[in-house]
Ligand binder design. Structure first.
Ligand SMILES: [Fe+2]
Ligand SMILES: [Fe+2]
Length: 228
């Protein structure tokens, strides 16, 4: 998989791999690309093209090289944007499709499936809220060189950070293995939605674990060294 640069067009990027589409939505990049380059589209949307390219190339290739510390704030912005995209758009969209796909013949297990999904959304909401309250402000303060008022360290986050994508695959498996329906098309759509959401959440978690945490550790180490 090739690496993309700022002079490539956004349309080329999407055509080379449509898995970039959810990324574009998580960056809140508006449609109507024409022949615009990645640099132009990012400029118009107020996004740092270096951060955009870093996230895109990491997601597409899995190739990891820790970026400069100056990327930290932009990566936090992206993660925060992803939280609101997932909670305010993606999950309500999947829920509506799921309700429409339920077969009236299964009135016994339908409520349990909806409950499972709702519990999952609540779990993710809490996970995101913790990061928004504790982790992101801490990283922003470190990146801006502001004095840190708490004893919080990124190590605490690293230890407790759970894999939010996993529980979603349970729901997918229940539907895939045990849900019989005579009108399957809608449920197939839901399954595709669930696969995509699981992939998005996994890549979100990877960016937190493999980029945000080590980058923050680097800033903590530098701060400690400066004090000595
Ligand atoms: Fe997150
Ligand atoms: Fe997380």
């Amino acid at each position: 998989m090739r690496q993309f640069t700022a002079t490539d067009t956004v349309v080329d990027l999407i055509e080379s791999d449509y898995n970039t589409v959810p990324l574009l939505s998580r960056f809140s990049i508006p449609l109507g690309f024409g022949d615009k380059s990645i640099a132009e589209v990012c400029g118009e949307a107020g996004i740092d093209p270096d951060i955009f390219l870093f996230v895109v190339n990491f997601t597409l290739t899995g190739h990891l090289s820790l970026p400069d510390e100056s990327y930290a704030t932009g990566i936090v912005d992206f993660l925060l944007n992803s939280h609101s995209y997932i909670l305010s758009y993606k999950f309500p969209h999947i829920r509506a499709n799921l309700l429409a796909a339920l077969d009236a013949h299964h009135s016994d297990i339908n409520p349990a499936i909806v409950q499972f999904f709702d519990d999952y959304v609540e779990h993710v909401r809490k996970h995101f809220a913790y990061e928004e309250r504790n982790v992101f402000p801490y990283v922003r303060d470190l990146a801006a060189g502001r004095p840190i008022a708490t004893t919080y360290t990124i190590e605490r986050f690293r230890i407790h950070h759970d894999r939010i994508a996993e529980k979603l695959s349970e729901l997918k498996n229940i539907i895939l293995r045990y849900y019989t329906t005579s009108v399957p098309n809608l449920m197939y759509d839901v399954l595709v939605d669930l696969f995509t959401a699981e992939k998005d959440l996994k890549s979100h978690n990877d960016i937190e674990n493999l980029i945000l945490i080590p980058l923050t550790q680097k800033m903590e180490d530098r701060k400690k060294a400066e004090k000595q």
